[in-house]
Design a protein around this ligand. Structure first.
Ligand code: RUQ
Length: 587
């Protein structure tokens, strides 16, 4: 009797679930029909949708472009989590509105001038053994040559340093594999000193370079006094990558003006862009930062410019620490494979990506097999002899990211003009798959895709233009970050995220389990310095202290309770409020 009853009730439950699945199916079908969604759309939605309270697997740090900030979002949900104030005041977090943060922003003064904007460009995550360690994030300001260090224990900017010799900075910031140094390349050739030099003397007195910033990995601070710059010809250096494993100790930096052209349409000369793209090739700079760091310690190997140590070109050449290799013209990305054996360069004005072999490069250097010298005396290696293979990818190849199967050659490249992401094989130089993106992709972001441990799964296309992808909000539309699933045989576009902030330029992604941010600050800790604040006040210690005509208020806050509520001062007094937050709940 009992068992029959049980069976009956089981049947009843079975019938109920069938009914509810059936009704959910018809509900889903109804929604799909009403909203015009395909099965592919539903699958894409299921791959990104994160229920309330759910978490992401990856965190992305994206430059905020001319907003001067850094944007933080999750993958695969593409939900924005934070804007980190960096070079620009950020009112709601108090960034740039109290003494501590004003001090950090003031570190970014250039020759005494406060600059309240920046063009955050290339973010870089600190590394241990070539893998992201989740400790520090650095980012360069392209418009004003500066680098900022962000602490990933609270996602707050802790330091800003100004480059003492550059006037612009495109190719920063890149960590070496154990975060020993941060490589920052300038962009436009300019006098290293701060004096006037006529443009006619460009080749003689204007210079490029890469600054090798010493980084204290424990404290998360750049040490300017232990840093130096490698002087380079004014070829307009930009993106860089540090060698890894096989090529550890070396650095690679692109450049795009081997013509040394400076423009002058008003004098009837070709426009700047055309003039600096006349040659078929530009120069990849190959330099030994390890050797240079040793050289820079000795006073006789450096000249001091603006109080900063600079290793002159001839010293680097004499010590076999700098070489040039022709590369496809107008290059953007130079990306070293996770094992350090291959260097992939894309030239925007060439349809190819070129893969160089580190073994061949080393061999040529060892044998002193040079194709010639540039006007500054730097040995040039033969492009063909240094090359592994070339892949015809399409129009406007810019940047590369490595996939999970990088050992089998898996790599992804952005095509700016063709608006595509291409999956290809950098060992065989064969194209495997293409995904259209919308529109005009600049960088692309793989999951830890430039570290020694690429995770695959997704690529984010960082598109410059959105055009028709979103509701019309007037002529100025947002940028568009598109999430692409790269885990299958064919790439699948999953999600479009409009970004109405600056022009986000480049992004880096890290596994969430590598990040361990604080849950709350210790009471009385400055949220910006991480140290106990001079104004720390506990409940019952509230007081008002007068020092001449400066009044200091030591107050406390718990939610809407502020103590004291009234402060009476004399007209003309300066008043400083220190308010300690006594709240203990997470908020
Ligand atoms: S590089 S234009 Cu990141 Cu393609 Cu600055």
């Amino acid at each position: 009797m009992k068992s029959i009853f049980k069976r009956l009730s089981l049947i009843a439950i079975g019938a109920l679930t069938t009914v509810s699945i059936a009704s959910a199916e018809s509900e889903l079908e109804k929604v799909m029909k009403e909203r015009g969604l395909t099965q592919q759309d539903i699958l894409a939605a299921a791959k990104t949708y994160t229920p309330s309270g759910g978490r992401d697997k990856y965190i992305v740090f994206s430059s905020g472009g001319q907003s001067g900030q850094v944007m933080v979002y999750g993958v695969p949900s593409m939900r924005i989590l934070k804007y980190i104030g960096v070079f620009t005041p950020e009112p709601w977090q108090g960034w740039g509105y109290d003494d501590d943060t004003k001090k950090i922003l003031a570190e970014g003064k250039i020759r005494g001038k406060q600059i309240t904007w920046g063009d955050t460009h290339h973010p870089g995550l600190s590394e241990t053994n070539g893998k992201y360690d989740g400790k520090w994030l650095v980012i360069n300001d392209k418009a004003n040559p500066r680098i900022a260090v962000i602490d990933l224990s609270d996602f707050v900017t802790k330091q800003i340093v100004v480059n003492p010799v550059f006037k612009s900075d495109h190719g920063g910031a890149f960590f070496t594999p154990n975060s020993e140094y941060i490589i920052e390349a300038c962009q436009y050739g300019a006098p290293l000193d701060n004096n006037y030099h006529p443009m006619e003397d460009f080749a003689e007195t204007y210079r490029g370079g890469v600054t090798i910033w010493k980084f204290d990995h424990d404290k998360g601070r750049i040490l300017p006094e232990k840093s130096f710059t490698l002087e380079l010809p004014p070829y307009m250096q930009d993106l860089s990558d540090a060698g890894k494993e096989a090529s550890y100790g070396w650095g690679f930096t692109n450049s795009f003006n081997s013509e040394l052209y400076t423009g002058g349409i008003e004098k009837g000369l070709p426009p700047f862009e055309a003039g600096c793209s006349r040659n078929d090739t530009d120069f990849l700079h190959v330099y030994n930062w390890k050797k240079l760091a040793e050289l820079a310690k000795d006073d006789k190997n450096v000249k001091i410019v603006n109080g900063h140590r600079v290793v002159p070109i001839d010293v680097a050449v004499k010590n076999g620490a700098i070489f040039l290799i022709p590369e496809p013209k107008s290059p953007h990305g130079v990306d070293v494979s996770p094992d350090g054996k291959y260097i992939v360069v894309c030239g925007k004005l060439d349809t190819h990506a070129t893969v160089y072999s580190w073994e061949k490069i080393q061999d040529l250097i060892k044998k002193k097999d040079f194709a010639g010298k540039d006007p500054y005396g730097i040995p040039i290696l033969d492009m063909k002899k240094a090359m592994h293979c070339q892949a015809e990818l399409g129009l406007g190849p810019l940047h590369n990211q490595f996939g999970k199967k990088w050992k089998n050659g898996e790599i992804y490249t952005s095509l700016y003009v063709d608006s595509q992401v291409v999956r290809w094989d950098y060992l065989t130089c064969k194209v495997e798959d293409r995904q259209n993106v919308n529109y005009n992709i600049g960088h692309l972001c793989g999951m830890e895709g430039k570290s020694e441990d690429p995770q695959g799964e997704y690529i984010i296309a960082l598109n410059k233009l959105a055009i028709d992808r979103f509701n019309n909000i007037g002529p100025l539309h947002p940028q568009n970050h598109q999430l692409i699933d790269v885990s299958g045989k064919k790439m699948q576009l999953l999600y479009d995220m409009p970004i109405p902030l600056g022009e986000p330029h480049q992004a880096v992604a890290i596994r969430v389990d590598k990040l361990h941010p604080h849950v709350r600050y210790k009471m009385g800790t400055s949220a910006f310095t991480g140290e106990t604040h001079v104004g720390k006040t506990l409940a019952g210690q509230e007081k008002i202290v007068r020092d001449g005509d400066h009044v200091y208020v030591y107050g406390t806050v718990v939610r809407s309770h502020i103590n004291p509520e009234h402060v009476t001062v004399n007209k003309g007094d300066t008043v400083t409020f220190y308010l300690t937050n006594l709240e203990r709940a997470r908020g």
